[in-house]
Design a binder for this molecule. Sequence first.
Ligand code: ADP
Ligand code: MG
Length: 253
Amino acid sequence: MALLSLQGISKSFGGLRAVQELSIEVERGAIVSLIGPNGAGKSTVFNLITGIYRPTSGEILFGGRRLNGLKPNAVAGTGIMRTFQNIRLFAFMTVLENVMVGRHVRMHAKLWDGGLHTPFGKREEAATAETARELLKYVGLDAYESEWARNLPYGMQRKLEIARALAAEPALLLLDEPAAGANPTEKHRLMELVRAIRDRGVTVFLIEHDMKLVMGISDYVHVLDYGEKIAEGTPESVRRNPRVIEAYLGKGA
Ligand code: ADP
Ligand code: MG
């Protein structure tokens, strides 16, 4: 059984059909990519999975459990974490604190219970900081733990967002254009990081609009255009597909 299964999901905004009858299976342990020109509906798919939008029709199953209608926090609790196309960090928290916040999704002593001031809470907070430091090292940001998140260059902010998502120990990580705005060197480093995350045992569902970038790392690729799937398959087969080539022509992608 696939870890994530989208079964004929649709979403309309007024008269605009942003996602139409889309079916995608994400196998456990894979890197599955969703590509397509700007405006194709890619981010909307993530917003549907994570409960920001409700599908107009169709089913979303994660580990066999139906996610339709769950609120974003509840979806996160099932083991799905995501990053956003427009980076959403806590600008006035340090790098370390940003990752610790991600970890709190899993913590027992909740901040809002005042749990931090109990011995149990303090121990847990120390453990949280330690795990956060390990993750910062993993993404190559350990030298910056005391910086304010907003002071990091763009590529590093992207990595920080990924570290924060990993802190919750998701089974599935949704990455929405993690390389957007990065320079070519950073882009390739980010793709290496995506591969490393998969090798760590986290299943990855990756959105990217630059087709070339995902070709080297994806096990399977789905191509969206105007909300509809126009192709799917191995990176090689998708790249040669005439419909895909046509969809990308003249769209500056
Ligand atoms: P992509 O991520 O592939 O660039 P999006 O999923 O962001 O595309 O958007 C798909 C289409 O849906 C676009 O035409 C976009 O303008 C529209 N859209 C996305 N979100 C909304 C919204 N909340 N309200 C109205 N239209 C939206
Ligand atoms: Mg998008």
